[in-house]
Design a protein around this ligand. Structure first.
Ligand code: SF4
Length: 508
């Protein structure tokens, strides 16, 4: 799809000739996905709040061109800094394609004084930047909004590309592969209340249900918490975004008031992991609903669900309860570190039924370390049991285990693709014929690619580069053959996983 007449509210267009720094904020996937993420709104607002900087957006898909900004069709290459937010490992392919289409050399070694500095951040990068070192001038580890002004200041005052990079390397949380340093810290904001927040957010002027509409609909994104107080063994966020921090209730209310004043929406999408742990979530949701706002909250932990909270959410239009049991086996759930009992999950669903919910979304993982066929069967049984007892429509999203760097299961191999398929089929067979149950799965081949990119090392650069121009799983196999680099076996090479890990230097 190509949109050259995209209308939006709250965009900022500055005269490029009157600012010192041109920043291209790039989202290496669809417009819809990029606009759903908070990072885009934060960096757009923070960068454009500077008189000396103009930040414009670029998306891989759905706009006129990935190489021209949405705001003013500014060529990607004209920017001084090109900043990518990498949320999903596989988007590295789109990132390389955007550079290529933007006429920016893909390889760091081939960039010259005339090329922008390519900066990449996000949780995936914070966990393990190593597979991507061939393509990125500067990685930002941890929370980039804490140092974005420093980065711009350095680039604005640098005498050359080399000077900019060597000064960027001195900043905490910036990793320049070409300039090794003994320790690379990550930035963590202590007090969320004190942080600049994007009050005036960009909203596309598209009809409801349009493919360009953000995932939560047209809404004001409200970041309630960062990080998570739990640390389930497989979870990236639970490990690299620690500790859990939260905004005060008074600040959150103030942001909602100010945000819905200048962002033309009547809906608030609350963002944060394990949001139900927030003291006062019920008060915040009900307060918003009583002001006539619609509210959406992400997945809740079953032990944090309460009837008054769900009743307010139903009033605000939310009718699907999202929970993540991860597995139907309580023994395995214990070993994950999830710490939820079957009875707590069942109780949460009873509350949802009483409160007027009409559907459930449940997240499961198959292929977890130590998983047996009985555990897989327990997940299928749980889906059947909950669908029958609740009478609600159930969508069960079942995804293969993906080992992630810097989690407690970073050394655990992923089961082979055929084995993952067999386990998925076991679940599908058990729920077959249940009209109210839908199963969604991630193709184990994609899980294999994600896993390799999560825990791989810098030798993968060549294969990533080749795959960027072929596409699909077949493209990765072709790239593997051409380069002679075993890519697809990275995640279940148990021996390799016992060696020193590529990201171990980040922990020193
Ligand atoms: S799975 Fe959820 S509760 Fe567990 S660490 Fe991750 S975000 Fe937190």
């Amino acid at each position: 799809m190509q949109s050259n007449t995209l209308k939006e509210f709250n965009t900022i267009v500055k005269d490029s000739s009157r600012v010192d720094v041109l920043f291209g904020f790039c989202y290496p996937s669809t417009y819809r996905a990029g606009m759903t993420g908070l990072a885009l709104h934060i960096f757009y607002a923070v960068l454009n709040s500077r008189e000396d900087t103009s930040c414009e957006r670029y998306f891989r898909y759905d706009t006129l061109s990935p190489a021209l900004s949405v705001e003013s069709r500014r060529p990607l290459k004209d920017n001084h800094i090109v900043g990518f937010s990498l949320t999903y490992e596989e988007d590295i392919i789109n990132l390389l394609q955007m550079l290529e289409l933007g006429n920016i050399p893909i390889l760091v070694d081939e960039r010259t004084e005339n090329d922008p500095i390519v900066v990449v951040g996000g949780p995936v990068i914070t966990a393990n930047p190593e597979p991507f070192v061939d393509f990125v001038d500067a990685f930002v580890l941890g929370e980039g909004d804490l140092i974005v002004h420093d980065i711009v200041d350095v680039v604005a005052s640098a005498s050359s590309r080399k000077d900019a990079l060597s000064r960027l390397a001195e900043l905490n949380g910036v990793y320049i592969p070409a300039i090794p340093k003994s320790r690379v810290g990550r930035n963590v904001i202590v007090n969320l209340d004190s942080l600049e927040y994007p009050i005036s957010q960009i909203v596309p002027d598209v009809p409801d249900g349009s493919p360009l509409e953000p995932v939560f609909g047209k809404s004001f994104l409200l970041e309630v918490t960062r990080g998570c107080g739990h640390s389930c063994r497989f979870c990236l966020i639970g490990h690299v975004c620690r500790p859990r921090r939260t905004r005060s209730l008074s600040k959150l209310k103030e942001l909602i008031d100010m945000g819905t004043e200048v962002t033309p929406v009547r809906k608030v999408s609350m963002i944060g992991s394990s949001l139900g742990d927030l003291d006062g979530l019920e008060e915040l949701v009900c307060w918003s609903v009583n002001k006539g706002l619609d509210v959406s909250v992400p997945s809740l932990r079953a032990d944090s669900v309460s009837e008054p909270l769900l009743r307010c959410l139903v009033k605000s239009g939310q009718r699907t309860l999202t929970l993540a049991p991860e597995t139907g086996s309580s023994k395995l759930r214990e070993s994950i570190g999830k710490g939820l009992q079957d009875s707590e999950i069942e109780e949460a669903i009873d509350i949802a039924v009483r409160s007027g919910y009409n559907s459930l979304k449940l997240y499961f993982i198959i292929g977890l370390p130590g998983e047996t066929d009985d555990d897989v069967k327990a997940s299928a049984d749980m889906i059947v049991r909950l669908a029958r007892s609740s009478g609600l429509k159930v969508t069960a999203s079942i995804n293969p285990f993906i080992p992630k760097a810097q989690t407690r299961w970073e050394r655990e191999p992923q089961p082979p693709i055929d084995e993952l398929r067999r386990r998925l089929k076991m679940v599908e067979k058990e729920v077959k014929g249940m009209a109210k149950v839908t199963i969604e799965t991630l193709d184990p081949r994609n899980a294999r690619i994600q896993a390799a990119l999560s825990i791989g090392d810098r030798s993968l650069g060549k294969v990533i580069r080749a795959a960027a121009f072929y596409g699909g799983y077949g493209g990765w196999r072709r790239a593997e053959k051409e380069t002679g680099i075993s890519f697809l076996s990275v995640a279940n090479d148990a021996e390799r996983l016992q060696m020193e890990l590529p990201w171990s230097f980040l922990r020193k």
